[in-house]
Design a protein around this ligand. Sequence first.
Ligand SMILES: *[C@@H]1O[C@H](CO)[C@@H](O)[C@H](O)[C@H]1NC(C)=O
Ligand SMILES: *[C@@H]1O[C@H](CO)[C@@H](O)[C@H](O)[C@H]1NC(C)=O
Ligand SMILES: *[C@@H]1O[C@H](CO)[C@@H](O)[C@H](O)[C@H]1NC(C)=O
Ligand SMILES: [Zn+2]
Length: 272
Amino acid sequence: MSNPLEFILATLCLLASTGFGSGADSAGFSYYGNPATMGPTPDKWGDNPLWRTCAVGREQSPIDVDTKTVTLVINDIFGLDTSYFPENGSFFINSANIIQVKLNGEGRLKIQEKTYFLQQFHFHAPSEHTIDGVRFPLEMHLVHKSETGELAVIGIPFAYGEKNEFLATFWDKLPLLTDSNPSINLTYVDVREPNVHLRPAYARYNGSLTTPPCTEGVTWSVILGEANTVSKKQVETYNKRLPYPNARPSQPLNDREVKRNVFHGPRRKPHV
Ligand SMILES: *[C@@H]1O[C@H](CO)[C@@H](O)[C@H](O)[C@H]1NC(C)=O
Ligand SMILES: *[C@@H]1O[C@H](CO)[C@@H](O)[C@H](O)[C@H]1NC(C)=O
Ligand SMILES: *[C@@H]1O[C@H](CO)[C@@H](O)[C@H](O)[C@H]1NC(C)=O
Ligand SMILES: [Zn+2]
Protein backbone atom coordinates (compact mmCIF):
# COMPACT_ATOMS: atom_id res chain seq x y z
CA MET A 1 0.00 0.00 0.00
CA SER A 2 1.72 3.15 -1.21
CA ASN A 3 -0.61 5.78 0.22
CA PRO A 4 -0.26 6.13 4.02
CA LEU A 5 -3.86 7.32 4.38
CA GLU A 6 -5.06 4.21 2.54
CA PHE A 7 -3.00 2.11 4.94
CA ILE A 8 -4.50 3.80 7.99
CA LEU A 9 -8.02 3.42 6.62
CA ALA A 10 -7.48 -0.24 5.85
CA THR A 11 -6.00 -0.86 9.29
CA LEU A 12 -8.92 0.86 10.96
CA CYS A 13 -11.35 -1.19 8.97
CA LEU A 14 -9.55 -4.42 9.80
CA LEU A 15 -9.74 -3.48 13.48
CA ALA A 16 -13.35 -2.42 13.11
CA SER A 17 -14.26 -5.75 11.56
CA THR A 18 -12.85 -7.75 14.47
CA GLY A 19 -15.64 -9.09 16.60
CA PHE A 20 -18.23 -9.21 13.88
CA GLY A 21 -19.54 -12.40 12.30
CA SER A 22 -17.88 -14.01 9.30
CA GLY A 23 -19.82 -11.73 6.97
CA ALA A 24 -18.01 -8.63 8.16
CA ASP A 25 -14.48 -10.01 8.50
CA SER A 26 -12.00 -8.73 5.99
CA ALA A 27 -10.28 -11.18 3.70
CA GLY A 28 -7.59 -8.54 3.15
CA PHE A 29 -8.40 -7.83 -0.50
CA SER A 30 -11.07 -5.95 -2.34
CA TYR A 31 -12.54 -5.23 -5.75
CA TYR A 32 -12.92 -1.93 -7.58
CA GLY A 33 -15.85 0.07 -6.26
CA ASN A 34 -16.25 -2.28 -3.30
CA PRO A 35 -15.74 -0.49 0.01
CA ALA A 36 -17.12 -3.41 2.02
CA THR A 37 -14.01 -5.58 1.94
CA MET A 38 -10.93 -3.51 2.62
CA GLY A 39 -7.52 -4.20 1.21
CA PRO A 40 -5.87 -3.92 -2.18
CA THR A 41 -7.83 -3.89 -5.44
CA PRO A 42 -7.03 -6.61 -8.04
CA ASP A 43 -4.14 -4.65 -9.65
CA LYS A 44 -2.37 -4.64 -6.25
CA TRP A 45 -3.08 -8.20 -5.06
CA GLY A 46 0.33 -9.33 -6.30
CA ASP A 47 2.12 -6.76 -4.10
CA ASN A 48 1.48 -9.05 -1.13
CA PRO A 49 4.46 -11.45 -1.04
CA LEU A 50 2.07 -14.35 -0.31
CA TRP A 51 0.04 -13.49 -3.41
CA ARG A 52 2.86 -12.95 -5.94
CA THR A 53 1.21 -15.39 -8.36
CA CYS A 54 -1.63 -12.86 -8.85
CA ALA A 55 0.95 -10.58 -10.56
CA VAL A 56 3.53 -12.93 -12.08
CA GLY A 57 1.41 -15.99 -12.93
CA ARG A 58 1.13 -16.76 -16.64
CA GLU A 59 -2.02 -18.91 -16.38
CA GLN A 60 -4.45 -16.69 -14.50
CA SER A 61 -8.23 -16.58 -14.36
CA PRO A 62 -10.72 -15.32 -15.36
CA ILE A 63 -10.32 -14.86 -19.12
CA ASP A 64 -12.43 -13.73 -22.01
CA VAL A 65 -13.49 -16.80 -24.00
CA ASP A 66 -13.26 -15.85 -27.67
CA THR A 67 -15.48 -18.46 -29.29
CA LYS A 68 -13.99 -17.71 -32.72
CA THR A 69 -10.46 -18.67 -31.73
CA VAL A 70 -11.10 -21.65 -29.42
CA THR A 71 -9.77 -25.03 -30.51
CA LEU A 72 -12.56 -27.47 -31.33
CA VAL A 73 -11.99 -30.82 -29.68
CA ILE A 74 -13.66 -33.39 -31.91
CA ASN A 75 -13.24 -36.46 -29.75
CA ASP A 76 -14.30 -34.93 -26.47
CA ILE A 77 -17.35 -35.83 -24.42
CA PHE A 78 -20.67 -34.26 -25.33
CA GLY A 79 -21.22 -32.67 -21.96
CA LEU A 80 -19.41 -32.45 -18.68
CA ASP A 81 -19.06 -35.82 -16.99
CA THR A 82 -20.74 -34.99 -13.68
CA SER A 83 -22.76 -36.99 -11.20
CA TYR A 84 -24.42 -34.81 -8.60
CA PHE A 85 -26.91 -35.70 -5.86
CA PRO A 86 -29.22 -33.77 -3.55
CA GLU A 87 -27.19 -32.85 -0.49
CA ASN A 88 -27.33 -30.90 2.73
CA GLY A 89 -25.48 -27.62 2.46
CA SER A 90 -24.39 -24.73 4.61
CA PHE A 91 -25.27 -21.31 3.19
CA PHE A 92 -23.14 -18.35 4.30
CA ILE A 93 -21.26 -15.25 3.20
CA ASN A 94 -17.53 -15.88 3.37
CA SER A 95 -14.82 -13.53 4.59
CA ALA A 96 -14.39 -12.09 1.09
CA ASN A 97 -18.09 -11.16 0.96
CA ILE A 98 -18.80 -13.96 -1.49
CA ILE A 99 -22.00 -15.92 -1.01
CA GLN A 100 -21.29 -19.60 -0.81
CA VAL A 101 -22.94 -22.96 -0.22
CA LYS A 102 -20.63 -25.55 1.32
CA LEU A 103 -21.38 -29.17 0.48
CA ASN A 104 -20.11 -32.55 1.69
CA GLY A 105 -18.07 -33.47 -1.36
CA GLU A 106 -20.51 -36.10 -2.64
CA GLY A 107 -20.95 -34.73 -6.15
CA ARG A 108 -18.38 -35.80 -8.75
CA LEU A 109 -16.80 -34.37 -11.87
CA LYS A 110 -14.64 -36.64 -14.00
CA ILE A 111 -11.97 -35.20 -16.27
CA GLN A 112 -9.66 -37.58 -18.13
CA GLU A 113 -9.96 -40.45 -15.61
CA LYS A 114 -9.48 -38.15 -12.64
CA THR A 115 -12.38 -37.66 -10.22
CA TYR A 116 -12.94 -34.32 -8.51
CA PHE A 117 -15.43 -33.98 -5.64
CA LEU A 118 -17.80 -31.03 -5.32
CA GLN A 119 -16.82 -28.97 -2.25
CA GLN A 120 -18.86 -25.81 -2.61
CA PHE A 121 -20.34 -23.34 -5.01
CA HIS A 122 -20.36 -19.56 -4.84
CA PHE A 123 -21.29 -16.51 -6.85
CA HIS A 124 -19.68 -13.54 -8.54
CA ALA A 125 -21.64 -10.50 -9.69
CA PRO A 126 -21.10 -9.47 -12.39
CA SER A 127 -19.60 -12.55 -14.08
CA GLU A 128 -15.82 -13.00 -14.02
CA HIS A 129 -15.55 -14.84 -17.33
CA THR A 130 -16.72 -12.97 -20.37
CA ILE A 131 -17.74 -14.69 -23.60
CA ASP A 132 -16.82 -12.82 -26.79
CA GLY A 133 -16.42 -9.76 -24.60
CA VAL A 134 -19.89 -10.06 -23.07
CA ARG A 135 -20.14 -9.85 -19.31
CA PHE A 136 -23.13 -11.50 -17.59
CA PRO A 137 -24.97 -10.28 -14.46
CA LEU A 138 -24.01 -13.37 -12.41
CA GLU A 139 -21.62 -16.34 -12.51
CA MET A 140 -21.70 -19.46 -10.35
CA HIS A 141 -18.50 -21.37 -9.58
CA LEU A 142 -18.77 -25.07 -8.72
CA VAL A 143 -15.49 -25.92 -6.99
CA HIS A 144 -14.29 -29.54 -7.11
CA LYS A 145 -11.20 -31.08 -5.54
CA SER A 146 -9.43 -34.36 -6.31
CA GLU A 147 -8.11 -36.71 -3.65
CA THR A 148 -4.64 -35.32 -4.28
CA GLY A 149 -5.81 -31.71 -3.95
CA GLU A 150 -6.10 -30.57 -7.57
CA LEU A 151 -8.96 -28.19 -8.30
CA ALA A 152 -11.47 -28.22 -11.15
CA VAL A 153 -14.03 -25.43 -11.35
CA ILE A 154 -17.13 -25.16 -13.52
CA GLY A 155 -18.11 -21.55 -14.25
CA ILE A 156 -21.72 -20.95 -15.21
CA PRO A 157 -22.61 -17.49 -16.50
CA PHE A 158 -26.26 -16.53 -16.01
CA ALA A 159 -27.95 -14.21 -18.51
CA TYR A 160 -30.95 -12.05 -17.69
CA GLY A 161 -34.18 -13.91 -18.43
CA GLU A 162 -36.49 -16.36 -16.70
CA LYS A 163 -36.24 -16.87 -12.95
CA ASN A 164 -33.57 -19.47 -12.16
CA GLU A 165 -35.27 -22.42 -10.45
CA PHE A 166 -32.10 -23.66 -8.81
CA LEU A 167 -31.31 -20.30 -7.23
CA ALA A 168 -34.97 -20.03 -6.21
CA THR A 169 -34.51 -23.00 -3.84
CA PHE A 170 -32.38 -20.90 -1.43
CA TRP A 171 -32.11 -17.33 -2.78
CA ASP A 172 -34.91 -15.99 -0.54
CA LYS A 173 -32.79 -16.90 2.51
CA LEU A 174 -30.07 -14.46 1.49
CA PRO A 175 -31.53 -11.52 3.50
CA LEU A 176 -31.57 -13.79 6.59
CA LEU A 177 -27.77 -14.10 6.60
CA THR A 178 -26.70 -11.51 9.14
CA ASP A 179 -23.90 -11.13 11.69
CA SER A 180 -26.09 -12.74 14.33
CA ASN A 181 -27.16 -15.52 11.93
CA PRO A 182 -23.99 -16.14 9.88
CA SER A 183 -25.07 -19.41 8.25
CA ILE A 184 -28.18 -21.34 7.34
CA ASN A 185 -28.40 -25.11 6.93
CA LEU A 186 -30.02 -26.08 3.66
CA THR A 187 -31.59 -29.52 3.74
CA TYR A 188 -31.94 -30.09 0.01
CA VAL A 189 -29.45 -28.66 -2.44
CA ASP A 190 -29.67 -30.22 -5.88
CA VAL A 191 -27.11 -28.81 -8.25
CA ARG A 192 -28.65 -30.83 -11.07
CA GLU A 193 -31.35 -28.18 -11.22
CA PRO A 194 -29.37 -25.86 -13.49
CA ASN A 195 -28.61 -28.96 -15.60
CA VAL A 196 -24.96 -28.09 -15.91
CA HIS A 197 -24.20 -31.65 -16.97
CA LEU A 198 -26.57 -31.26 -19.92
CA ARG A 199 -25.24 -27.98 -21.18
CA PRO A 200 -24.18 -28.60 -24.71
CA ALA A 201 -20.99 -26.59 -25.00
CA TYR A 202 -18.22 -25.49 -22.70
CA ALA A 203 -14.73 -24.08 -22.90
CA ARG A 204 -11.87 -25.84 -21.11
CA TYR A 205 -8.63 -24.11 -20.15
CA ASN A 206 -5.90 -24.19 -17.53
CA GLY A 207 -6.20 -21.31 -15.10
CA SER A 208 -6.14 -20.22 -11.49
CA LEU A 209 -8.17 -19.22 -8.47
CA THR A 210 -9.75 -15.82 -9.21
CA THR A 211 -9.10 -14.62 -5.64
CA PRO A 212 -5.76 -14.34 -3.79
CA PRO A 213 -3.50 -16.29 -3.62
CA CYS A 214 -4.43 -16.84 -7.34
CA THR A 215 -2.98 -20.38 -7.24
CA GLU A 216 -2.57 -21.95 -10.69
CA GLY A 217 -3.21 -25.53 -11.80
CA VAL A 218 -7.01 -25.13 -11.79
CA THR A 219 -8.86 -26.91 -14.61
CA TRP A 220 -11.66 -24.61 -15.75
CA SER A 221 -14.83 -25.48 -17.66
CA VAL A 222 -16.83 -22.42 -18.63
CA ILE A 223 -20.36 -23.08 -19.82
CA LEU A 224 -21.02 -21.31 -23.12
CA GLY A 225 -24.25 -19.88 -24.41
CA GLU A 226 -27.00 -18.09 -22.58
CA ALA A 227 -29.17 -21.05 -21.65
CA ASN A 228 -28.83 -20.43 -17.90
CA THR A 229 -30.86 -17.44 -16.82
CA VAL A 230 -31.43 -15.33 -13.73
CA SER A 231 -34.33 -12.92 -13.33
CA LYS A 232 -33.84 -9.20 -12.72
CA LYS A 233 -35.63 -9.72 -9.40
CA GLN A 234 -33.15 -12.41 -8.33
CA VAL A 235 -30.23 -10.11 -9.14
CA GLU A 236 -31.98 -7.36 -7.12
CA THR A 237 -32.26 -9.74 -4.15
CA TYR A 238 -28.53 -10.39 -4.44
CA ASN A 239 -27.66 -6.69 -4.77
CA LYS A 240 -29.75 -5.74 -1.76
CA ARG A 241 -27.59 -8.00 0.40
CA LEU A 242 -24.28 -7.52 -1.45
CA PRO A 243 -24.35 -4.28 -3.41
CA TYR A 244 -20.67 -4.49 -4.45
CA PRO A 245 -19.06 -6.05 -7.51
CA ASN A 246 -16.76 -9.04 -6.85
CA ALA A 247 -15.35 -9.85 -10.26
CA ARG A 248 -11.62 -9.93 -10.97
CA PRO A 249 -10.83 -8.34 -14.36
CA SER A 250 -9.96 -10.53 -17.37
CA GLN A 251 -6.42 -11.91 -17.35
CA PRO A 252 -4.11 -12.27 -20.37
CA LEU A 253 -4.37 -15.61 -22.16
CA ASN A 254 -0.60 -15.65 -22.86
CA ASP A 255 0.27 -18.89 -24.69
CA ARG A 256 -2.62 -20.95 -23.36
CA GLU A 257 -5.06 -22.85 -25.47
CA VAL A 258 -8.81 -22.72 -24.85
CA LYS A 259 -10.59 -25.87 -25.98
CA ARG A 260 -14.22 -26.32 -26.77
CA ASN A 261 -16.14 -29.57 -27.07
CA VAL A 262 -18.15 -30.27 -30.19
CA PHE A 263 -21.84 -30.73 -29.61
CA HIS A 264 -23.90 -32.79 -32.04
CA GLY A 265 -27.28 -32.50 -30.34
CA PRO A 266 -30.24 -30.27 -31.05
CA ARG A 267 -29.74 -26.57 -31.41
CA ARG A 268 -30.47 -24.45 -28.43
CA LYS A 269 -33.27 -21.93 -28.43
CA PRO A 270 -31.88 -18.71 -29.91
CA HIS A 271 -31.45 -15.93 -27.40
CA VAL A 272 -34.13 -13.25 -27.75
C1 LIG B 1 -29.78 -33.91 5.32
O1 LIG B 1 -29.46 -34.29 6.65
C2 LIG B 1 -30.57 -34.86 7.33
C3 LIG B 1 -30.16 -35.07 8.77
O2 LIG B 1 -28.90 -35.69 8.85
C4 LIG B 1 -30.97 -36.15 6.62
O3 LIG B 1 -32.08 -36.73 7.25
C5 LIG B 1 -31.34 -35.83 5.17
O4 LIG B 1 -31.61 -37.01 4.47
C6 LIG B 1 -30.21 -35.09 4.49
N1 LIG B 1 -30.67 -34.66 3.18
C7 LIG B 1 -30.04 -34.98 2.04
C8 LIG B 1 -30.65 -34.45 0.80
O5 LIG B 1 -29.02 -35.64 2.03
C1 LIG C 1 -26.28 -26.99 10.99
O1 LIG C 1 -25.55 -28.17 10.69
C2 LIG C 1 -24.41 -28.34 11.49
C3 LIG C 1 -23.62 -29.51 10.93
O2 LIG C 1 -24.46 -30.58 10.58
C4 LIG C 1 -24.86 -28.54 12.93
O3 LIG C 1 -23.74 -28.72 13.76
C5 LIG C 1 -25.65 -27.29 13.38
O4 LIG C 1 -26.16 -27.50 14.68
C6 LIG C 1 -26.79 -27.02 12.42
N1 LIG C 1 -27.40 -25.73 12.75
C7 LIG C 1 -28.71 -25.56 12.85
C8 LIG C 1 -29.16 -24.18 13.19
O5 LIG C 1 -29.53 -26.47 12.67
C1 LIG D 1 -3.57 -28.16 -19.23
O1 LIG D 1 -2.26 -28.52 -18.88
C2 LIG D 1 -2.01 -29.92 -18.98
C3 LIG D 1 -0.64 -30.21 -18.42
O2 LIG D 1 0.31 -29.35 -18.98
C4 LIG D 1 -2.17 -30.34 -20.44
O3 LIG D 1 -1.96 -31.72 -20.56
C5 LIG D 1 -3.58 -30.00 -20.89
O4 LIG D 1 -3.74 -30.31 -22.27
C6 LIG D 1 -3.88 -28.55 -20.67
N1 LIG D 1 -5.30 -28.31 -20.92
C7 LIG D 1 -5.72 -27.48 -21.86
C8 LIG D 1 -7.20 -27.31 -21.97
O5 LIG D 1 -4.97 -26.85 -22.59
ZN1 LIG E 1 -15.21 -17.93 -7.79
